[in-house]
Write a protein that binds this ligand. Structure first.
Ligand code: GDG
Length: 470
């Protein structure tokens, strides 16, 4: 039995087959893992999640000192619950309908039954009075299901992606069930205050509960708090990695391999339609075409990390981006000097740090993003206060990183201007901006995020100053 139970769709590791046929584990990339892993380590909890694959093995194990409880997933559940309802319906709906969400009843049925299995697993592993922290959009029904099974638990929920305005959320045929699922938690955390307000407003309108500021009052006397806890990174960990001489020499090696251009632009994203990769590369290529810089002066390195490759929209996007890269390099490149270096791959963390170190301008231009950790990681690695960040206004990170070159990713001309500005900035100007951003990131690191969430969770209902509305 455990006192802290993390419930997330994925385990922080992938199950892999070793050359000798036995099972092995590899840390899997992604924002959630990066954020929660340090919390787990310092609290000695258990992490429940899907290890990838369909092998049905649910035996507890530990990897890298973490206790892990794998949840099996059938091929049908992967298709209906994960690729279907989670990534074909909720993901686009919550990201401002960048692509059209699909509403299928059999996807929903699978979402309900998988959420129930997660709730049952959490109920079986949590000690009396334990804290359970449920993560993200795939598991929004778990809080209420778990509360029905185990009223003794303290339950927190954190949404890593945006929570949409009522006008969009309302489209969801199962809107009420989702809201009621979330209300099973004592504390519902979001990236930004606007998301928490969207939620409270919807609860008032759609479920009819009384609310006051960030509190929801349930008829049974329970109080639920909805508030913002902007996520962050292990800033010191990233900085230490960036200072490692091996990382530094790798960064130099990459720059040389790129032909030692004056300026390197960098994009690092999961290959996802919310990330705005296509429009960003177009903007860069137009600036180059117009002669602001040539291929000897500047290159763009775009790392597109493979993601959700079974989902049709993602396959289409990959084709579109790769066609665009081919076209741009055909138009603007020279022998041995492409304008865009495109890499469809994932890398070890040290290589990511080397990429951040070698880049002069980091370009992060999502149409909508809960936070965006890549932007913060880049800032953390710039210990000499050099480099520039071009950042979408629609990334949660833009609320904190005000000294970035902020852009509207729908506005190609505006993006072009920001790329030119970042390219032309004096070292003094860049250093002033970076210094301020580094302060923000180092002061609010992932430990502060987790600590503040867990503290707030422990306090819900214990010292309400406001009288309950009648
Ligand atoms: C969701 C929300 C929110 C990426 N490729 C590799 C790799 N990564 C790491 C990055 C970063 C993380 O994955 C990506 O995080 P982001 O925040 O940029 O984006 P999402 O994956 O969409 O994350 C997002 C986040 O959750 C946390 O709440 O910020 O808004 O969408 O840490 O470094 N890591 C390694 N190799 C890779 O190839 N090692």
């Amino acid at each position: 039995m455990f006192d802290l139970v993390i419930v997330a769709n994925r385990l922080p590791v992938d199950r892999i087959k070793l050359p000798d046929g036995s099972n092995g584990w590899r840390t899997s990339p992604g924002g959630l893992v990066t954020a929660i892993e340090p919390v787990m380590r310092s609290n000695h909890g258990v992490w429940i999640g899907w290890p990838g694959g369909t092998d049905g093995d649910e035996e507890l194990f530990s990897a890298d000192g973490l206790d892990l409880a794998p949840m099996s997933m059938s091929a049908e559940e992967i298709e209906l619950f994960y690729e279907g309802f989670s990534n074909g319906c909720l993901w686009p709906l919550y990201h401002d309908v960048v692509v059209k969400p699909e509403f299928h009843r059999e996807w929903w049925d699978s979402y309900v039954s998988v959420n129930r299995r997660f709730a049952e697993k959490a109920a079986s592993l949590a000690a009396e009075g334990a804290t359970v922290w449920v993560q993200d959009y795939q598991l929004q029904l778990v809080p209420q299901m778990l509360r029905d099974l185990r009223p003794d638990l303290r339950i927190g929920f954190y949404l890593h992606i945006p929570f949409p305005p009522a006008e969009l959320f309302q489209q969801l045929p199962w809107r009420r069930q989702i809201l009621e699922g979330l209300l099973g938690a004592d504390l519902v955390g979001f990236q930004l205050p606007g998301a928490a307000q969207n939620f409270v407003r919807l609860v008032r309108q759609r479920v009819g509960h009384k609310t006051h500021r960030d509190l929801v009052y349930l008829p049974d006397g329970r109080t639920v708090r909805a508030a913002a806890f902007p996520i962050s990174i292990d800033a010191k960990g990233f900085e230490d990695m960036a200072r490692d001489p091996e990382v530094e020499s790798r960064a130099e090696e990459i720059r040389e391999a790129l032909g030692s251009p004056r300026t390197v632009f960098l994009g690092v994203d999961r290959l996802d339609y919310t990330k705005g990769i296509f429009a960003r590369l177009r903007a860069f290529s137009e600036v180059m075409k117009e002669g602001h810089f040539g291929v000897e002066d500047a290159v763009f390195v775009q790392v597109a990390v493979p993601s959700r490759e079974q989902v049709e929209e993602y396959r289409i996007l990959r084709d579109e981006i790769e066609r665009l890269v081919g076209r741009i390099n055909g138009d603007l490149g020279e022998i041995g000097r492409p304008a865009i270096h495109y890499l469809h791959s994932s890398y070890p963390r040290a290589e990511m740090a080397a990429l951040y170190r070698m880049a002069d301008i980091m370009v992060v231009t999502p149409y909508r993003d809960g936070m965006n950790l890549v932007a913060k990681e880049y800032v953390a690695t710039r210990f000499e206060n050099d480099g520039a960040l071009v950042l979408s206004e629609f990334a949660g990170a833009a609320e904190e990183l005000r000294q970035a070159y902020l852009v509207n990713p729908h506005d190609i001309n505006g993006m072009k201007q920001a790329l030119r500005d970042a390219y032309d900035a004096s070292p003094k100007e860049s250093s002033k901006r970076m210094k301020a951003m580094r302060k923000t990131v180092t002061q609010n690191d992932v430990k502060a995020w987790a600590d503040s969430f867990l503290l707030a969770l422990s306090q819900v209902g214990t010292h309400e100053k406001e009288p309950r509305p009648t």
